[in-house]
Design a protein around this ligand. Structure first.
Ligand code: PA5
Length: 376
């Protein structure tokens, strides 16, 4: 990755006073401490005792920062899962879901109306339900309805709580026989995350810092992030972190689907191409067919396109996935700082949730949950 580093970029990203001044709520510290959070999350998940009968499918119900852990789980277990694993971002669960389904209901705040509605749906369909949340109505009703749950630490922006939302999904999926031998990867992942966080830390100057360099490179453009295989959800995570932390539009795609439509979009993009940058996620273990496709696709992009690569680190699949997530998280925060934007607040989401409240949908779901809890 070759990036021209301007003095302006250095003067913002390498000046700790300026960094602290813009990152008022401390989003960077969640990136810096990522390995530690995974350690705590693993301990908490391992303490959960859970007893469900044989299950036929797994659904993770959640939205936004609470759903992305489900996407990572889906990618992680895809090749070895004994049952289908799906993420549901909706008011209701897929039609096939029944009492033989395990539904993880994940909402960091415990207040998201679509997720509460899916919870209601899961309880009504007598699914095996497990909730992950820091509190809110979700845990209030889980307690009243006798639904098992894990209460995760409060005080995080939902997207920064990824370690606490993703880790239990892995540990419990394994414990319930969905997959085997995946959670042992956390040990390596934590040590790799410690190293990657150190390399991307705010004290490491732009000239030597992959995340700062990438932030400088994509600044002023709409980053399009390309994943493949287990990096499909990671690409989505990059995109959502660019949206919420840096407050910019961003898109994500995955191979080899890219080569059946997206690639044509660049063909006659002309001056439009200048509005975008392309970020390819790369992995030393990428299968040769993906390696070939990525190289050929890059070669077909218009001359002068802003093209970047992010390389995963580590040996095991979990370490490789999470190391890329870590670089993306740091990059999105540095991009926010370059743009003079506090990464933490997501005012538009708050406004949207407040406006939606007026429609009464959430209250209706809560009334239904009340009725259900009262009847038990
Ligand atoms: O990152 C965010 O703040 C959002 O994407 C939220 O995660 C999303 O709105 C859902 O809220 P919650 O995670 O509290 O269920």
């Amino acid at each position: 990755m070759r990036v021209v580093v301007s003095e302006m970029a250095e003067s913002v990203l390498d000046d700790m006073n300026k960094v602290r001044g813009i990152d008022k709520s401390g989003m960077l510290s969640f990136c810096v401490d990522m390995a530690e959070h995974y350690g705590r999350a693993l301990e908490a998940a391992e303490r959960v005792s859970l007893c469900f009968s044989v299950l036929e499918n797994v659904v993770i119900a959640g939205m936004g920062g609470s759903a992305i852990g489900g996407e990572l789980l889906k990618d992680l277990v895809r090749e070895d899962a004994r049952v289908p694993v799906e993420v549901s971002r909706a008011y209701s669960l897929p039609g096939y879901v029944d009492e033989r389904s395990l539904v993880f209901v994940v909402s960091y705040s415990g207040e998201t109306e679509e997720t509460l509605s899916s919870f209601l749906d899961a309880v009504r369909r007598k699914c095996m339900v497990f909730c992950v949340s820091s509190g809110g109505r979700l845990l209030e009703f889980a307690e009243r309805l006798g639904v098992p749950f894990l209460r995760v630490p409060s005080g995080f922006p939902p997207r920064a709580a990824l370690p606490y939302l993703f880790t239990p999904l892995v540990v419990l999926s394994e414990r319930l026989g969905v997959v085997s031998g995946v959670s042992e990867g956390f040990s390596e992942a934590m040590s790799v995350l410690g190293r990657v966080s150190g390399e991307c830390a705010p004290e490491v100057p732009v000239s030597n810092n992959v995340a700062k360099g990438l932030a400088v490179g994509v600044n002023g453009s709409v980053p399009v992030v390309y994943g493949f295989g287990v990096f499909r959800g990671v690409a989505q995570r990059f995109k959502t972190q660019f949206n919420e932390n840096a407050k910019i539009p961003s898109k994500w795609e995955f191979f080899s689907e890219v080569d059946h439509n997206e690639v044509v979009g660049w063909e006659r993009a002309g001056s439009l191409a200048e509005c975008f940058s392309a970020v390819f996620l790369r992995d030393k273990a990428e299968p040769v067919e993906f390696r070939n496709r990525i190289e050929i696709t890059k070669g077909l992009m218009p001359a002068g396109s802003k093209v970047f690569e992010v390389r995963s680190q580590g040996e095991g699949v979990l370490a490789r996935m999470l190391s890329a997530v870590c670089v993306g998280d740091f990059t999105s925060v540095y991009l926010a700082l370059l743009r003079g934007v506090d990464p933490t607040p997501v005012d538009t989401i708050s406004v949207l949730k407040a406006r939606m409240k007026q429609s009464g949908t959430k209250e209706k779901v809560i009334r239904e949950l009340e009725r259900l809890a009262g009847s038990r």
